[in-house]
Design a protein around this ligand. Structure first.
Ligand SMILES: O=C(O)C(=O)C[C@@H](O)[C@H](O)[C@H](O)COP(=O)(O)O
Length: 380
Protein backbone atom coordinates (compact mmCIF):
# COMPACT_ATOMS: atom_id res chain seq x y z
CA UNK A 1 0.00 0.00 0.00
CA UNK A 2 1.41 3.39 -0.94
CA UNK A 3 1.98 5.96 1.81
CA UNK A 4 -0.61 8.73 2.13
CA UNK A 5 0.69 12.21 1.37
CA UNK A 6 1.73 14.16 4.43
CA UNK A 7 -1.33 16.42 4.18
CA UNK A 8 -3.49 13.39 4.94
CA UNK A 9 -1.31 11.95 7.69
CA UNK A 10 -0.71 15.20 9.63
CA UNK A 11 -4.07 16.67 10.56
CA UNK A 12 -3.26 19.16 13.31
CA UNK A 13 -1.17 22.17 12.33
CA UNK A 14 1.58 23.38 14.66
CA UNK A 15 0.46 26.56 16.44
CA UNK A 16 2.97 29.24 17.42
CA UNK A 17 1.64 32.17 19.43
CA UNK A 18 2.78 35.77 19.10
CA UNK A 19 2.25 37.29 22.50
CA UNK A 20 1.32 40.98 22.24
CA UNK A 21 -1.40 41.53 24.85
CA UNK A 22 -4.77 42.20 23.25
CA UNK A 23 -3.12 42.06 19.82
CA UNK A 24 -1.78 38.52 20.29
CA UNK A 25 -2.33 36.07 17.45
CA UNK A 26 -1.66 32.55 16.27
CA UNK A 27 0.54 31.33 13.47
CA UNK A 28 -0.77 28.00 12.15
CA UNK A 29 1.84 25.94 10.29
CA UNK A 30 1.19 22.71 8.43
CA UNK A 31 -0.24 21.07 5.34
CA UNK A 32 -3.77 21.58 4.03
CA UNK A 33 -4.38 25.03 5.54
CA UNK A 34 -5.65 26.61 2.31
CA UNK A 35 -8.60 24.22 2.47
CA UNK A 36 -9.16 25.16 6.12
CA UNK A 37 -8.73 28.94 5.65
CA UNK A 38 -12.47 29.65 5.39
CA UNK A 39 -13.30 27.69 8.53
CA UNK A 40 -10.49 29.40 10.49
CA UNK A 41 -11.61 32.88 9.38
CA UNK A 42 -15.29 32.22 10.03
CA UNK A 43 -14.51 30.84 13.51
CA UNK A 44 -12.00 33.49 14.57
CA UNK A 45 -13.53 36.56 12.87
CA UNK A 46 -17.28 35.84 12.73
CA UNK A 47 -19.20 37.72 10.03
CA UNK A 48 -16.06 39.08 8.40
CA UNK A 49 -15.89 39.94 4.69
CA UNK A 50 -12.52 40.03 2.93
CA UNK A 51 -10.35 41.31 0.12
CA UNK A 52 -7.84 38.68 -0.98
CA UNK A 53 -4.71 40.48 -2.19
CA UNK A 54 -2.51 38.22 -4.27
CA UNK A 55 -0.17 38.32 -7.26
CA UNK A 56 -0.67 36.86 -10.72
CA UNK A 57 1.69 33.90 -10.13
CA UNK A 58 0.17 32.88 -6.81
CA UNK A 59 -3.35 33.43 -8.18
CA UNK A 60 -2.67 30.91 -10.96
CA UNK A 61 -1.78 28.22 -8.41
CA UNK A 62 -3.85 28.89 -5.30
CA UNK A 63 -6.52 31.59 -5.64
CA UNK A 64 -9.33 29.30 -6.79
CA UNK A 65 -8.85 26.85 -3.91
CA UNK A 66 -8.46 29.69 -1.39
CA UNK A 67 -11.63 31.43 -2.58
CA UNK A 68 -13.53 28.13 -2.58
CA UNK A 69 -12.47 27.54 1.02
CA UNK A 70 -13.71 30.98 2.11
CA UNK A 71 -16.92 30.67 0.16
CA UNK A 72 -17.67 27.21 1.64
CA UNK A 73 -17.55 28.82 5.09
CA UNK A 74 -19.73 31.75 4.06
CA UNK A 75 -16.90 34.33 3.96
CA UNK A 76 -17.62 36.76 1.14
CA UNK A 77 -14.32 37.67 -0.56
CA UNK A 78 -13.17 39.92 -3.38
CA UNK A 79 -9.82 39.15 -5.07
CA UNK A 80 -7.34 41.93 -5.91
CA UNK A 81 -4.59 40.60 -8.17
CA UNK A 82 -1.38 42.63 -8.59
CA UNK A 83 1.69 42.02 -10.78
CA UNK A 84 4.25 39.62 -9.31
CA UNK A 85 7.63 40.92 -8.14
CA UNK A 86 9.30 43.45 -5.87
CA UNK A 87 8.39 46.30 -8.24
CA UNK A 88 4.77 45.98 -7.00
CA UNK A 89 5.94 47.21 -3.58
CA UNK A 90 5.46 50.86 -4.54
CA UNK A 91 2.96 53.71 -4.45
CA UNK A 92 1.26 52.79 -7.75
CA UNK A 93 0.32 49.27 -6.72
CA UNK A 94 -0.59 50.44 -3.21
CA UNK A 95 -3.08 52.80 -4.86
CA UNK A 96 -4.54 49.85 -6.85
CA UNK A 97 -4.98 47.79 -3.70
CA UNK A 98 -6.50 50.64 -1.69
CA UNK A 99 -8.97 51.37 -4.53
CA UNK A 100 -9.91 47.68 -4.76
CA UNK A 101 -10.67 47.52 -1.03
CA UNK A 102 -12.74 50.72 -1.12
CA UNK A 103 -14.61 49.71 -4.26
CA UNK A 104 -15.55 46.44 -2.53
CA UNK A 105 -17.00 48.67 0.25
CA UNK A 106 -15.18 46.74 2.94
CA UNK A 107 -15.51 48.15 6.42
CA UNK A 108 -12.95 48.66 9.18
CA UNK A 109 -14.10 45.40 10.77
CA UNK A 110 -13.52 43.47 7.54
CA UNK A 111 -10.24 41.84 6.63
CA UNK A 112 -7.51 42.29 4.09
CA UNK A 113 -6.08 38.83 3.43
CA UNK A 114 -2.58 38.62 1.93
CA UNK A 115 -2.27 35.44 -0.14
CA UNK A 116 1.31 35.46 -1.38
CA UNK A 117 4.95 36.04 -0.58
CA UNK A 118 6.71 38.89 1.17
CA UNK A 119 5.85 41.52 -1.42
CA UNK A 120 2.12 40.80 -1.26
CA UNK A 121 2.18 40.57 2.55
CA UNK A 122 4.01 43.87 3.03
CA UNK A 123 1.83 45.65 0.46
CA UNK A 124 -1.51 44.24 1.62
CA UNK A 125 -0.57 44.77 5.27
CA UNK A 126 0.24 48.40 4.60
CA UNK A 127 -3.12 48.85 2.83
CA UNK A 128 -4.86 47.16 5.79
CA UNK A 129 -3.04 49.51 8.17
CA UNK A 130 -4.11 52.71 6.41
CA UNK A 131 -7.55 52.08 4.83
CA UNK A 132 -10.24 53.39 7.19
CA UNK A 133 -7.26 53.95 9.60
CA UNK A 134 -6.80 50.25 10.12
CA UNK A 135 -8.69 47.15 9.02
CA UNK A 136 -8.32 43.57 10.16
CA UNK A 137 -5.45 41.72 8.49
CA UNK A 138 -4.78 38.04 7.81
CA UNK A 139 -1.57 36.64 6.36
CA UNK A 140 -1.68 33.50 4.20
CA UNK A 141 2.00 33.31 3.21
CA UNK A 142 2.83 31.20 0.17
CA UNK A 143 6.62 31.54 0.05
CA UNK A 144 9.15 30.13 2.51
CA UNK A 145 10.43 33.64 3.16
CA UNK A 146 6.97 34.88 4.05
CA UNK A 147 6.22 31.83 6.21
CA UNK A 148 9.38 32.13 8.31
CA UNK A 149 9.71 35.89 8.40
CA UNK A 150 7.64 38.60 6.73
CA UNK A 151 4.16 37.32 7.65
CA UNK A 152 5.05 37.51 11.35
CA UNK A 153 5.62 40.64 13.40
CA UNK A 154 3.56 43.34 11.73
CA UNK A 155 6.14 45.18 9.64
CA UNK A 156 4.39 46.38 6.47
CA UNK A 157 5.39 48.84 3.79
CA UNK A 158 6.62 49.71 0.35
CA UNK A 159 9.93 50.68 -1.26
CA UNK A 160 10.85 54.02 -2.81
CA UNK A 161 13.77 54.79 -5.14
CA UNK A 162 15.55 56.03 -1.98
CA UNK A 163 15.53 52.60 -0.40
CA UNK A 164 13.75 49.52 0.80
CA UNK A 165 10.62 49.57 3.02
CA UNK A 166 11.04 53.27 3.66
CA UNK A 167 7.29 53.97 3.84
CA UNK A 168 5.04 51.80 5.98
CA UNK A 169 3.40 51.10 9.32
CA UNK A 170 3.49 48.47 12.02
CA UNK A 171 0.18 46.62 11.67
CA UNK A 172 -0.14 43.18 13.24
CA UNK A 173 -2.24 40.48 11.60
CA UNK A 174 -5.07 38.74 13.47
CA UNK A 175 -3.96 35.36 12.12
CA UNK A 176 -1.19 33.76 10.04
CA UNK A 177 -2.03 30.62 8.03
CA UNK A 178 1.17 29.02 6.70
CA UNK A 179 0.13 26.10 4.49
CA UNK A 180 3.33 24.13 3.93
CA UNK A 181 1.83 22.26 0.93
CA UNK A 182 1.93 25.44 -1.16
CA UNK A 183 5.73 25.50 -0.92
CA UNK A 184 5.77 22.57 -3.35
CA UNK A 185 4.97 24.96 -6.22
CA UNK A 186 7.74 27.39 -5.24
CA UNK A 187 10.64 27.79 -7.70
CA UNK A 188 13.92 26.46 -6.22
CA UNK A 189 15.49 29.91 -6.27
CA UNK A 190 12.64 31.35 -4.17
CA UNK A 191 12.88 28.48 -1.69
CA UNK A 192 16.62 29.09 -1.26
CA UNK A 193 15.96 32.81 -0.76
CA UNK A 194 13.55 32.00 2.08
CA UNK A 195 16.06 29.59 3.57
CA UNK A 196 18.44 32.54 4.08
CA UNK A 197 15.96 34.06 6.56
CA UNK A 198 15.61 30.69 8.28
CA UNK A 199 19.40 30.38 8.71
CA UNK A 200 19.35 33.96 10.05
CA UNK A 201 17.63 32.85 13.28
CA UNK A 202 20.44 30.41 13.97
CA UNK A 203 23.01 33.10 13.31
CA UNK A 204 21.29 35.66 15.55
CA UNK A 205 21.16 33.72 18.80
CA UNK A 206 20.35 30.03 18.14
CA UNK A 207 23.65 28.34 17.33
CA UNK A 208 22.09 24.89 17.91
CA UNK A 209 19.49 25.62 15.23
CA UNK A 210 22.23 26.71 12.83
CA UNK A 211 24.16 23.50 13.50
CA UNK A 212 20.93 21.51 12.99
CA UNK A 213 20.38 23.26 9.65
CA UNK A 214 23.96 22.52 8.59
CA UNK A 215 23.15 18.80 9.07
CA UNK A 216 19.51 18.74 7.95
CA UNK A 217 19.14 21.42 5.28
CA UNK A 218 18.58 18.87 2.55
CA UNK A 219 15.63 17.37 4.47
CA UNK A 220 14.19 20.88 4.89
CA UNK A 221 14.47 21.38 1.13
CA UNK A 222 12.91 17.95 0.49
CA UNK A 223 9.76 18.74 2.51
CA UNK A 224 7.85 16.79 5.14
CA UNK A 225 8.22 16.96 8.91
CA UNK A 226 11.76 18.47 8.89
CA UNK A 227 10.45 21.40 6.88
CA UNK A 228 7.44 21.97 9.15
CA UNK A 229 9.70 21.76 12.20
CA UNK A 230 12.22 24.25 10.76
CA UNK A 231 9.44 26.72 9.87
CA UNK A 232 7.96 26.39 13.37
CA UNK A 233 11.40 26.93 14.98
CA UNK A 234 11.87 30.02 12.84
CA UNK A 235 8.47 31.44 13.77
CA UNK A 236 9.12 30.74 17.47
CA UNK A 237 12.44 32.59 17.22
CA UNK A 238 10.83 35.57 15.51
CA UNK A 239 7.78 35.63 17.81
CA UNK A 240 10.05 35.76 20.87
CA UNK A 241 11.90 38.84 19.57
CA UNK A 242 8.71 40.60 18.43
CA UNK A 243 7.00 39.96 21.77
CA UNK A 244 9.77 41.75 23.66
CA UNK A 245 10.29 44.64 21.24
CA UNK A 246 7.35 45.07 18.86
CA UNK A 247 8.40 48.40 17.34
CA UNK A 248 12.16 47.94 17.14
CA UNK A 249 13.06 50.26 19.98
CA UNK A 250 15.91 47.89 20.83
CA UNK A 251 16.83 44.34 20.04
CA UNK A 252 14.19 43.67 17.35
CA UNK A 253 16.92 45.21 15.18
CA UNK A 254 18.69 41.84 15.53
CA UNK A 255 16.16 40.48 12.98
CA UNK A 256 17.85 42.84 10.55
CA UNK A 257 21.03 40.74 10.47
CA UNK A 258 22.29 40.90 6.87
CA UNK A 259 19.65 43.47 5.89
CA UNK A 260 21.71 46.67 6.11
CA UNK A 261 23.99 45.45 3.33
CA UNK A 262 21.18 43.42 1.69
CA UNK A 263 18.74 46.30 1.35
CA UNK A 264 21.48 48.50 -0.15
CA UNK A 265 22.12 45.80 -2.75
CA UNK A 266 18.42 45.54 -3.60
CA UNK A 267 18.17 49.31 -4.06
CA UNK A 268 21.41 49.36 -6.08
CA UNK A 269 20.00 46.70 -8.44
CA UNK A 270 16.73 48.63 -8.88
CA UNK A 271 14.69 45.89 -7.09
CA UNK A 272 15.17 43.82 -10.23
CA UNK A 273 14.34 40.29 -9.12
CA UNK A 274 16.04 38.81 -12.17
CA UNK A 275 19.31 40.06 -10.64
CA UNK A 276 18.71 39.77 -6.92
CA UNK A 277 15.75 38.75 -4.77
CA UNK A 278 15.44 39.85 -1.15
CA UNK A 279 16.62 36.59 0.43
CA UNK A 280 19.69 36.55 -1.81
CA UNK A 281 20.51 40.10 -0.72
CA UNK A 282 20.14 38.94 2.89
CA UNK A 283 22.43 35.93 2.27
CA UNK A 284 25.16 38.19 0.86
CA UNK A 285 24.46 40.67 3.66
CA UNK A 286 24.84 37.99 6.37
CA UNK A 287 28.11 36.77 4.87
CA UNK A 288 29.34 40.38 4.72
CA UNK A 289 28.21 41.08 8.31
CA UNK A 290 30.26 38.10 9.50
CA UNK A 291 33.27 39.08 7.40
CA UNK A 292 32.99 42.72 8.55
CA UNK A 293 32.85 41.52 12.18
CA UNK A 294 36.00 39.45 11.60
CA UNK A 295 37.65 42.45 9.92
CA UNK A 296 36.89 44.53 13.04
CA UNK A 297 38.37 41.74 15.21
CA UNK A 298 34.99 41.10 16.82
CA UNK A 299 34.70 37.52 15.57
CA UNK A 300 36.94 34.80 14.27
CA UNK A 301 37.43 34.56 10.46
CA UNK A 302 36.63 30.83 10.92
CA UNK A 303 33.05 31.72 11.84
CA UNK A 304 32.74 33.93 8.78
CA UNK A 305 34.08 31.06 6.66
CA UNK A 306 31.63 28.61 8.28
CA UNK A 307 28.63 30.85 7.52
CA UNK A 308 29.76 31.39 3.96
CA UNK A 309 30.35 27.65 3.46
CA UNK A 310 26.82 26.78 4.59
CA UNK A 311 25.07 29.46 2.54
CA UNK A 312 27.10 28.46 -0.53
CA UNK A 313 26.33 24.77 0.07
CA UNK A 314 22.59 25.44 -0.30
CA UNK A 315 23.24 27.49 -3.44
CA UNK A 316 22.91 31.03 -2.06
CA UNK A 317 25.15 33.91 -3.16
CA UNK A 318 27.60 35.21 -0.53
CA UNK A 319 29.79 37.79 -2.28
CA UNK A 320 29.24 41.15 -3.95
CA UNK A 321 30.68 39.65 -7.14
CA UNK A 322 27.81 37.10 -7.08
CA UNK A 323 25.34 39.87 -8.02
CA UNK A 324 24.86 39.64 -11.79
CA UNK A 325 25.19 42.81 -13.85
CA UNK A 326 27.70 44.54 -11.56
CA UNK A 327 27.23 47.02 -8.72
CA UNK A 328 27.87 50.72 -8.25
CA UNK A 329 30.95 51.77 -6.28
CA UNK A 330 31.36 51.72 -2.49
CA UNK A 331 30.39 55.42 -2.08
CA UNK A 332 27.03 54.80 -3.79
CA UNK A 333 26.35 51.69 -1.72
CA UNK A 334 27.12 53.72 1.40
CA UNK A 335 24.50 56.29 0.31
CA UNK A 336 21.86 53.54 0.35
CA UNK A 337 23.11 52.27 3.70
CA UNK A 338 22.78 55.79 5.11
CA UNK A 339 19.01 55.67 4.30
CA UNK A 340 18.56 52.58 6.51
CA UNK A 341 15.82 52.90 9.11
CA UNK A 342 18.24 51.95 11.90
CA UNK A 343 20.31 55.10 11.33
CA UNK A 344 20.00 57.27 14.46
CA UNK A 345 21.08 60.92 14.48
CA UNK A 346 23.11 60.18 11.38
CA UNK A 347 25.05 57.29 12.92
CA UNK A 348 25.08 53.95 11.10
CA UNK A 349 23.74 50.88 12.90
CA UNK A 350 24.72 47.35 11.90
CA UNK A 351 23.95 43.91 13.28
CA UNK A 352 27.42 42.47 13.90
CA UNK A 353 28.53 39.29 15.60
CA UNK A 354 31.00 37.73 18.02
CA UNK A 355 30.50 34.38 16.27
CA UNK A 356 27.81 31.97 15.08
CA UNK A 357 24.65 32.66 17.14
CA UNK A 358 26.21 35.66 18.92
CA UNK A 359 24.87 38.66 17.02
CA UNK A 360 24.50 42.08 18.56
CA UNK A 361 23.32 45.53 17.53
CA UNK A 362 26.28 47.86 16.95
CA UNK A 363 25.25 51.52 17.01
CA UNK A 364 27.52 54.27 15.73
CA UNK A 365 29.61 52.23 13.31
CA UNK A 366 32.03 54.69 11.64
CA UNK A 367 31.12 55.16 7.97
CA UNK A 368 34.85 55.27 7.12
CA UNK A 369 35.17 51.65 8.29
CA UNK A 370 32.10 50.60 6.29
CA UNK A 371 33.44 52.36 3.20
CA UNK A 372 36.86 50.73 3.49
CA UNK A 373 35.24 47.32 3.95
CA UNK A 374 32.96 47.81 0.93
CA UNK A 375 35.90 48.91 -1.23
CA UNK A 376 37.81 45.81 -0.17
CA UNK A 377 34.78 43.57 -0.80
CA UNK A 378 34.20 45.04 -4.27
CA UNK A 379 37.78 44.32 -5.34
CA UNK A 380 37.95 41.40 -7.79
O1 LIG B 1 10.73 41.77 11.31
C1 LIG B 1 11.77 42.41 11.42
O2 LIG B 1 11.98 43.22 12.34
C2 LIG B 1 12.86 42.24 10.44
O3 LIG B 1 13.76 43.05 10.38
C3 LIG B 1 12.77 41.08 9.54
C4 LIG B 1 13.40 41.27 8.18
O4 LIG B 1 13.84 40.00 7.77
C5 LIG B 1 12.39 41.77 7.16
O5 LIG B 1 12.93 41.73 5.88
C6 LIG B 1 11.91 43.18 7.44
O6 LIG B 1 10.84 43.51 6.65
C7 LIG B 1 12.97 44.21 7.24
O7 LIG B 1 12.56 45.33 7.94
P1 LIG B 1 13.20 46.74 7.77
O8 LIG B 1 12.73 47.48 8.98
O9 LIG B 1 14.70 46.61 7.74
O10 LIG B 1 12.69 47.30 6.51
Amino acid sequence: MSRAPISETMTAPVTVGVSLGDRSYDILIGPGLVAKAGAELARRLPGVRAAIVTDANVAAHHLEAFQASLSASGVDAQPIVVAAGEKSKGFDTLQEVVSGILEARLERGDAVVALGGGVVGDLAGFAAGIVRRGMLFVQAPTSLLAQVDSSVGGKTGINTPHGKNLVGVFHQPQLVLADTDVLDTLPAREFRAGYAEMAKYGLIDRPDFFAWLEKNWQAVFDGGDARVEAIAQSCRAKAAVVARDEREAGDRALLNLGHTFGHALEAATGYDGSRLVHGEGVAIGMALAHRFSARLNLASPDDAARVEAHLSAVGLPTKLSDVPGGLPGAERLLTYIAQDKKVARGALTFVLTHGVGQSFVARDVPSSQVLAFLEESLRP
